[in-house]
Design a protein around this ligand. Structure first.
Ligand code: FE2
Ligand code: FE2
Length: 483
């Protein structure tokens, strides 16, 4: 032994000043005397957590657009954002450890690659949520918990801090997912997945566990669903609660900017605009999934924006519910995400998004919506618009960072967005002729319900509102504003 007994000897007599906690409170003197993972071992494990978060981010993003169930769509939006944030933190930490960040695009273990490819290719949402939340995230959790036990508490403190924060959110995701599995997967479906779940377990055994710290089974992972390469599906889907999704019979922008209408009714219309924003995560999911080879910061920022748009949707859900309105009775359209995802390439969808969002910044945009919210006396609506406005300022800056810089001047970037948007066919009549919708005017019925909640008589001028997207463009734009 190179250092005989000194540690044990000193331990009995070692005293801090007046008994204060040792070592900044991180650990005891005894705890700090056990060696832990070397820098190299630590980096090997961090790279695998990084890979796991990156693949999870990819899967959540790739699956949210075509996922019909609203609660999964919004949760996937959140979980993609959380994973993207942890990817960023891990990249920064790995780069601190004598490790150029370049190796981060390398797959650390082909068995892990098969494991995540399988989940990406899961055929239904039941298999998908089971794979994500009962296999992948728990394996990641087990790896990071082992890291906390095995690494040195003092010398590797920056990694410990990172793992502890990440574990908080990994636990949140698992908690959501376990509930989701309980709600969505019945016994027969669970029985049908046994073989596939065993395949996932075997892939992890072959990888020596997700963190690579265990002995490999030596039996390479085999492919099941992922034997055929995953094909991204950009077509949005909605669950059965979404009625009449092609309906463009009520133009909320024309209402909002008409001074003859009162603030309470405008708040109601804004809440519809918020919940209708579900089409933005659906659209952004397709941009992120189909845009390859950007710096990681692009995926991180775009995923944050995607999550914000899902939050805006949920603001609408909460706001409408607070007014006693059942959102299932309102046509929450998907024409924006359907048209963009199926008619434009990813860069051009981003162009349209930026074009819309920079148009929200003038006085008549998000500030106006906040002023209406505040003036209405509905504190919740005022608060929602306050944060919605703040988020949109952030989004305009994300657009400048990742879209405008592709052009020589901002003017060209905006003009290109305008041009891409005008390529989208105005299909109001065609939708009717195809029998997809009658563009029913749902507004009077919803407004009446809110008036009952407010205990007021409906205003006949508000009740008579009947402006569609056919006759009036959305203030400056031809297509529904989706922000
Ligand atoms: Fe936005
Ligand atoms: Fe938004």
């Amino acid at each position: 032994m190179p250092f005989p007994c000194t540690a044990a000897h000193d331990l009995g007599t070692y005293q801090t000043y007046r008994g204060l906690p040792t070592l900044a409170g991180l650990t005891t003197m005894a705890g700090a005397m056990n060696p832990g993972l070397s820098v190299d071992q630590c980096v090997q494990r961090l790279k695998r957590y990084h890979y796991a978060f990156k693949r999870l981010h990819e899967i959540f993003t790739a699956r949210l657009t075509a996922e019909p169930i609203y609660e999964l769509k919004t949760a996937f939006s959140l979980h993609a954002h959380l994973c993207a944030e942890h990817v960023s933190t891990l990249r920064a930490r790995i780069a601190e450890m004598r490790e150029p960040p370049l190796g981060l695009d390398v797959t650390p273990d082909t068995n892990l690659e098969v494991f995540f490819d399988e989940i990406l290719s899961a055929p239904q949402n039941q298999t998908l949520v089971t794979g994500l939340y009962t296999k992948a995230l728990p394996a990641l959790k087990a790896g990071m918990e082992r890291h906390l036990r095995e690494t040195h508490p003092l010398v590797d403190h920056p990694s410990i801090r990172l793992c502890r924060f990440a574990l908080l959110e990994v636990d949140d995701m698992i908690r959501f997912g376990e509930k989701a599995v309980d709600c969505l997967v019945d016994q027969t479906e669970a029985a049908g997945m046994v073989t596939w779940l065993k395949l996932l377990d075997d892939a992890l055994l072959a990888a020596g566990s997700l963190d690579g710290s265990q002995h490999s089974s030596g039996v390479p992972a085999v492919r099941g669903y992922s034997a055929k390469p995953f094909v991204y599906d950009p077509t949005p889907r909605r669950d059965e609660r979404f009625i009449d999704p092609y309906n463009r019979g009520v133009n909320p922008e024309a209402f909002l900017y008409d001074p003859k209408f009162p603030n309470n009714a405008k708040v109601l219309m804004m809440l519809f605009k918020r919940i209708r924003e579900l089409d933005v995560p659906e659209m952004m999911g397709s941009i992120i999934s189909e845009t390859k080879g950007k710096p990681w910061g692009y995926y991180r920022d775009m995923s944050r924006q995607l999550w914000d748009e899902a939050r805006h949707t949920m603001m609408g859900e909460v706001g409408l519910t607070s007014l006693g309105i059942d959102w299932r009775k309102i046509p929450i359209t998907w024409t924006f995400s359907r048209n963009l995802n199926t008619q434009l390439k990813a860069m051009d969808r981003h162009a349209v998004l930026f074009f819309i969002e920079q148009g929200l910044m003038p006085r008549t945009g998000k500030r106006y919506e906040w002023e209406v919210g505040m003036a209405s006396g509905d504190a919740l609506a005022g608060l929602f618009q306050d944060y919605d406005w703040a988020d949109e300022v952030l989004h305009a800056s994300i657009g400048r960072q990742w879209y405008v810089k592709e052009f020589a001047t901002p003017r060209e970037a905006i003009a290109y967005g305008d041009q891409c948007w005008s390529q989208i066919a105005s299909d109001y009549r065609e939708l009717m002729e195809k029998g997809l919708t009658e563009h029913r005017n749902w507004w009077p019925e919803v407004y009446r319900t809110a008036c009952r909640h407010w205990n007021i008589e409906p205003d006949p001028v508000v009740l008579a509102y009947d402006t569609t997207y056919e006759s009036t463009r959305a203030d400056l734009q031809e297509l529904p504003m989706s922000e």
